[in-house]
Write a protein of this length. Structure first.
Lengths: 114, 109
């Protein structure tokens, strides 16, 4: 089975801290995504990557950066966490080509910034 | 840019049929997905359409009209466990996957 693993399920961080959310997939997928999910707003795309060292801004990239140094790992970085970044963060991956039913999500990371 | 619209909430009765609509406007189009998400859990895949028409999978079916930018998810023989949020998502060119805000479905007995 494909597995998308997010390193932390629940985190509590202080305002101004640097936060790393890690995502690892084990199926050699080219494409990886980071979303945040807030009530009433659905999943909003922060960043995505279609290859190693490649990244594209999604719809809400402000306050975030990403890193894709290896194909299997896509990291989301909050340079200076703020309370409005309290949210649930979801990572996903899929291969290039016909995606079909091959988009897989991680379990989610619940981040609280205090 | 992209715009994906779906109703915020729907209520239906156990055993009934419900249709959840989704309209989309995207920069290029490479397929339409439906996901189910229970509270506190990750989304799970339900269906994928890239060509016009109806895809049936057990109690769930999904329809796509590319010319109208329209899709629907049809759930038959509703069960209480179908109470969840249903997410419509469109894949644009360049493998950018964008979601609507989701439809909360409440199934009552």
């Amino acid at each position: 089975d494909v597995k998308v693993t997010q390193s932390s399920r629940y985190l509590v961080k202080r305002t101004g801290e640097k936060v790393f959310l890690e995502c690892v997939q084990d199926m050699d997928h080219e494409n990886m995504f980071w979303y945040r999910q807030d009530p009433g707003l659905g999943l909003r795309l922060i960043y995505f990557s279609y290859d190693v060292k490649m990244k594209e801004k999604g719809d809400i990239p402000e306050g975030y950066s990403v890193s894709r140094e290896k194909k299997e790992r896509f990291s989301l970085i909050l340079e200076s966490a703020s309370t409005n970044q309290t949210s649930m963060y979801l990572c996903a991956s899929c291969p290039t080509g016909l995606p079909g039913n091959t988009i897989y999500f991680g379990e989610g990371s619940w981040l609280t910034v205090v | 840019g992209q715009n994906i619209d779906q109703p915020t909430e729907m209520t239906a009765t156990e055993g009934a049929i419900v249709q959840i609509n989704c309209t989309y406007q995207t920069s290029g189009f490479n397929g339409l997905f439906w996901y189910q998400q229970h509270a506190g859990e990750a989304p799970t895949f339900l269906s994928y359409n890239v060509l016009d028409g109806l895809e049936e999978k057990g109690r769930f079916s999904s329809f796509l009209s590319r010319s109208k930018g329209y899709s629907y998810l049809l759930l038959k023989e509703l069960q209480m466990k179908d109470s969840a949020s249903y997410l419509c998502a469109a894949m644009e060119y360049g493998n950018k996957l964008v979601f609507g805000a989701g439809t909360i479905l409440r199934v009552k007995s």
